[in-house]
Design a protein around this ligand. Structure first.
Ligand code: GDP
Ligand code: MG
Length: 445
């Protein structure tokens, strides 16, 4: 996964809080692979990664994030923006009925979507009419009728016995029907083929011309992967559309089709379909799609949390103390406590570490981090006076036993903490200004 590969990149980053060209290039390479694995079209990937590189080089250096995290954040923001640019709701006609036409390949999920849209429209206070303008397959009309019944909406279909019927005529008649019976939204279901087909395109274009839809929605299966661009282009040319609906997002597709289609056609993705049931449907959420494409929701969550809880000033002070000439001796237990609190604000420790790339191997040990142990450490430090916290060398026997009583632990637990702290500080001081720039608040741990 991207997470694992970034872990390797992290290792090579010196983490000085500075985005060097090498950092940007190394991370950009991983992002590029991640996007390709998510089935984003190659030329779209190239263009996108280049744009991100430019942004990353011009970005202000973040104090809360290490270089890799910062680039991931930029990528995520850029993805979200592109996916969500010009997001808009259905444009309802001032003069009802509003006409929504569905177009797309066979099996994309148009008929299912018709039912979902009807359900959604009803909830929004509309009175939708579904129109069966797919007369290609024998079963298509019946399928829409079943869907309509489930959604509790009326379905306009050609009368049986009149031969195959003309889908263009059916669509045209449905508008008159809607006007007469005061349906305020008409959803026209159309036929698709398994592949792009001139006759099918022409029929869809004819229906479009006949009913002059307010919205033509291109319905596309998210699993289609690399074919998304060709299919979208063909429909753009053959029929034209105003918005995109991505279906089958409940599958394991990473959703690269979303980015490709958005980039290539410039049309907004308006809805997302994630299941066969009527309620498996939502307006499109660009941020969710971005993290799905990147395949690293956990890392993104961690980045957000790190930024939220990061106290730049405090962390800089702690780092300065550690890096000072006295070999880190200025870094006292009070600093330790604050660092620990900063980290804890991010969530349970085992989870915080678990989300860090490269920490996968440590997972078993992390499971064993005892939060109660940390509570005990906190209690011990809080039982000390400020001068004791600042300088542990003054902790003689009587002070230690007072602290033990005050925090409800044994003297040997106090000794244990002090010894571990002194050891940890030595190690942190030797790393300060070096490899530790990564996570804020981490020196304390
Ligand atoms: P159409 O040919 O474009 O009208 O596609 P259909 O609406 O008939 O859907 C084709 C198949 O995909 C059906 O079996 C649907 O139940 C299924 N389907 C549609 N949308 C979704 C979805 O979001 N998720 C899943 N898992 N299946 C879907
Ligand atoms: Mg259908």
């Amino acid at each position: 996964t991207l997470q694992d590969r970034l872990a390797a990149t992290f290792k090579n980053l010196r983490g000085k809080g500075r985005l060097t060209d090498a950092d940007v290039d190394a991370t950009a390479r991983e992002i590029r692979i991640a996007l390709l694995e998510a089935d984003v079209n190659l030329s779209v990937v190239k263009e996108f990664v280049n744009a991100v590189k430019v942004k990353a080089r011009n970005a202000e250096v973040s104090q809360a994030l290490n270089p890799s995290q910062q680039i991931v954040k930029i990528v995520n923001e850029e993805l979200t923006e592109i996916l969500g640019g010009q997001t808009r709701n259905v444009r309802f006609s001032k003069q009802p009925p509003t006409v929504i036409m569905l177009a797309g390949l066979q099996g994309a999920g148009k008929t299912t979507l018709a039912g979902k849209l009807a359900t959604w429209l009803k909830r929004e206070g509309h009175t939708p009419l579904l129109v069966a303008a797919d007369l290609q397959r024998p079963n298509a009309v019946k399928q829409l009728q079943v869907v309509g019944e489930r959604a509790g909406v009326h379905v306009y279909a050609p009368q049986p016995g009149n031969g195959i019927g003309d889908p263009v005529q059916v669509a045209r008649d449905s508008i008159t029907e809607a006007e007469r019976k005061l349906y305020d939204v008409v959803v026209v279901d159309t036929a698709g083929r398994l592949g792009i087909d001139a006759e099918m395109m022409q029929q869809a274009a004819d229906i479009r011309a006949a009913v002059q839809p307010d919205e033509v929605l291109f319905v596309v299966d998210a699993m289609i992967g690399q074919d998304a661009v060709n299919t979208a282009n063909a429909f753009q040319e053959g029929v034209g559309f105003d918005g995109v609906v991505l279906t089958k997002l409940d599958g394991d597709a990473r959703g690269g089709a979303a980015l490709s289609i958005r980039k290539v056609t410039g049309k907004p993705i308006m809805f997302a379909s994630n299941g066969e049931k009527l309620e498996d449907f939502d307006v499109f959420h660009p941020d969710r799609m971005a993290s799905r494409i990147l395949g690293m929701g956990d890392v993104l969550t961690l980045i957000e949390q790190a930024e939220r809880t990061f106290d730049a000033e405090q962390s800089a002070k702690a780092a300065a103390k550690l890096a000072s000439s006295k070999g880190g001796k200025e870094f006292g237990l009070q600093d330790f406590l604050e660092q620990m609190k900063a980290v804890r604000k991010m969530g349970p420790l085992s989870k915080v570490f678990g989300m860090l790339p490269g920490m996968g191997q440590l997972k078993d040990q992390l499971e064993n981090i005892d939060e109660k142990e940390i509570d005990r450490v906190e209690a011990i430090i809080l039982s000390m006076t400020p001068s004791e916290r600042a300088d542990v060398t003054i902790l003689n026997g009587s002070r230690r036993s007072r602290i033990a009583k005050g925090s409800g632990v044994t003297v040997s637990e106090v000794n244990n903490l002090v010894n571990r702290f002194v050891e940890a500080r030595k190690m942190m001081a030797s790393m300060a200004g070096g490899a530790m720039g990564g996570m804020p608040g981490m020196p304390g741990m």
